[in-house]
Design a protein around this ligand. Sequence first.
Ligand SMILES: NC(=O)c1ccc[n+]([C@@H]2O[C@H](COP(=O)([O-])OP(=O)(O)OC[C@H]3O[C@@H](n4cnc5c(N)ncnc54)[C@H](OP(=O)(O)O)[C@@H]3O)[C@@H](O)[C@H]2O)c1
Length: 368
Amino acid sequence: MKKTKQLNNTSVILPAIGQGMGDYPWDENQISVLREGIDLGMNLIDTAENYDNGNSETIIGKAIKGIREKVIICTKFAPEHNSYNDVLTAVEGSLKRLKTDYIDIYQMHWPNPKIPFKKTMEAMEKLVCQGKIKYIGLSNLYLEQIKEVQKALDKNKIYSFQIEYNFFDRFIENNILPYCEKEKIITIAYSPLDQGRIIPEDNDKLKIFEKIAEKYNKTIAQIALNWLIAHPVVIAIPTANRKYIKENAGAADFEISKEDFNKISDLYNAKPSYIQVDKIEVSAEGQSNRMVYKTIEQAIENKLNFVPSPNDLAQYFKNNLNEEIKPVRLIKGEGDKYQLVEGRVRYWAWVIAHNGEKPITAYIRKKL
Ligand SMILES: NC(=O)c1ccc[n+]([C@@H]2O[C@H](COP(=O)([O-])OP(=O)(O)OC[C@H]3O[C@@H](n4cnc5c(N)ncnc54)[C@H](OP(=O)(O)O)[C@@H]3O)[C@@H](O)[C@H]2O)c1
């Protein structure tokens, strides 16, 4: 029996494990992978208009031909398209590439501080009214922003929230996950396997983990996914990959005991550290987009047009001083130095907001 979750007060049943079609180069070989995943019960597929320049949606469109109603499609529009008119245009592009006339869950991928949520949500509500999208979803927001979006909605509500969640990054457990549980917002965990880095770096921890996996006759990845979906509103979307498709489907057909759930939670309880920003060097390693800002001047200039820009995000941090920010990710370097491998915009925004004087919250790894 595969684990499923109900989309709040609707008749829509979501698989607890779906398929991610993230920003990787895709080709037609992926069609049969997605089909197999759907047959194995992973009939929710996550994508975005800009993943592989639209090719992710195009491949999905081919994979769902003839079985559209069996599949739950979750796509997203880019923050450059958060304005009222741009949302209405972006959806047409997605519908065309997906070769469908409706999207099940349409998600705002990132906030764009230049565009008020009200404007974006007016477009979303119009799309619901037109039947082009069924449910409104969000991604990559802080709690106060989620609440703000909720207030900006007139006739609709937020059905899902997509965010990074895995053993290593448990930031959402502070306040976002409890809020989503209270509001029955499906929480879609992205990078659920920490992009393939879930194996503990510490050998003693690894042994305990292996023992638990052995007990259930499952792999570590399956235990990692099962631990995530043991949380009431959480579903996980590991990237769909021929190598792992059966393994991932097999993560939803068992339940770890409460005792093992707690044991795993304690095993991965890395609390973020606070690191002086001048000890951190911004590295291009680990970023899919290898262009990074090396200096505060470059970050302020924002020549790479990141949305939100470091400056805009800095403003948000200044206005919400009490809100804990998502930790950046560092690797231990020489002496007391660190390399920043994830969270470059967040890092520069923090430096700008606090004039380089306040330590930043960070998860630290030994290696990439
Ligand atoms: N909303 C957002 O901003 C956002 C951001 C990122 C991702 N996402 C979504 O989340 C999905 C998943 O995220 P992700 O790709 O970052 O992370 P992930 O699924 O945690 O990691 C995928 C990587 O983990 C490795 N891996 C190890 N065991 C695996 C297994 N059993 N199944 C699949 N992969 C396994 C694979 O590497 P090897 O092939 O090298 O072994 C693979 O490249 C994406 O496809 C996308 O739809 C959304």
